[in-house]
Ligand binder design. Structure first.
Ligand code: SAM
Length: 290
């Protein structure tokens, strides 16, 4: 296998295949040779394991994953990359490329078909234009995976991994905390990519919890509360929840009293338990749907 982190090799592939990077598909390919081996190792690519990658590019991370794990299934949307990957990953017989939009793939069925009786992890340098939808789809689909190790923009990494009760926390951090234990593994500078993006990046790992962090009566209400509470982050719960749920101030006051949470707090001050208490009180008082 040629060294896919070598700029000369990458330029040769670009020229021979007449390939041009698509900005719209978030095509910034890794050319820093230290990043992919570290991502693969810290992302659970190991003997006996199956790995799902999202977005193969020229296959620089795919090769590192396939060297370490038993099998790699990679979902890549850009058809133009298929002949290139056939060349760059030629020496491997444990890689399957699926030419589809990851957001349209039934990942639960894919895992059942491709990785029966195997521990599975996801490892990817994500296309940045759909970082949050991909992460939320993976978490909400409750896939039987152990971890999700992904490269994202540095600011997104900080937001996703922020702890409840801190200034950086947002709706996505609470949703991630519910399903997984997040951590930032290491930073990656913008110069590690070709073409170089305008922002720095970081690799994060979300270790999937066997059970959600808090118990809620109805998940739909929990996520509505989280979204509503952060919809205007400078305002108090009394304001944000009454407007996002269409309730009067008196109804909201009753709700928060039942939850045992002060109406003058803001979303960024709440713990996971308090979000769960607010959601459960809503379910008990006002959710009339079955
Ligand atoms: N893994 C390669 C690397 O590290 O050099 C490429 C990473 S690049 C940031 C993101 C990749 O995701 C691109 O190859 C792009 O074509 C692919 N991609 C973009 N949108 C996608 C989607 N909706 N589904 C699957 N792949 C997608």
């Amino acid at each position: 296998m040629e060294n896919l982190s070598n700029i000369g090799v990458v330029k040769d592939i670009l020229a021979r295949h007449g390939f041009s990077f698509s900005k719209g598909l978030g095509q910034n390919f890794l050319i820093n040779p230290t990043v992919c081996p570290k991502m693969a190792e810290q992302g659970n690519a190991q003997p006996g394991w199956g790995i799902i990658e999202i977005g193969a590019g020229f296959g620089v991370l795919t090769a590192q994953l396939a060297q370490r794990a038993d099998k790699v299934v990679c979902i890549e949307i850009d058809q133009r990359l298929l002949p290139i990957l056939a060349e760059t990953l030629e020496e491997f017989n444990n890689i399957k490329i699926i030419n589809q939009d990851v957001l349209k793939v039934d990942l639960n069925s894919l895992i059942a078909q491709e990785f029966p009786h195997m521990p599975v992890a996801i490892c990817a340098n994500l296309p940045y234009y759909i970082t949050s939808p991909i992460i939320m789809k993976i978490l909400e689909d409750r896939l039987p995976i152990t971890s999700l190790t992904v490269m994202v923009q540095k600011e997104a990494a900080q937001r996703i991994c922020a702890q409840p009760g801190t200034r950086e926390v947002g709706a996505v951090s609470i949703a991630v905390q519910y399903y997984a234990q997040p951590q930032i593994l290491f930073p990656v500078s913008r110069g590690s990519f070709m073409p170089s993006p305008d922002v720095d990046s970081a690799v994060i790992r979300l270790d999937i919890r066997p059970q959600p962090l808090v118990q809620v009566a109805k998940e739909e209400d929990f996520f509505r509360v989280v979204k509503g509470a952060f919809s205007q982050r400078r305002k108090t719960l009394s304001n944000t929840l009454s407007s996002s749920f269409g309730l009067s101030k008196a109804q909201t006051a009753r709700w928060l009293e039942e939850a045992g949470v002060s109406a003058s707090l803001r979303a960024e001050q709440l713990s996971m338990e308090q979000f769960a208490q607010i959601a459960n009180a809503y379910t008990a008082l006002y959710d009339t749907k079955e």
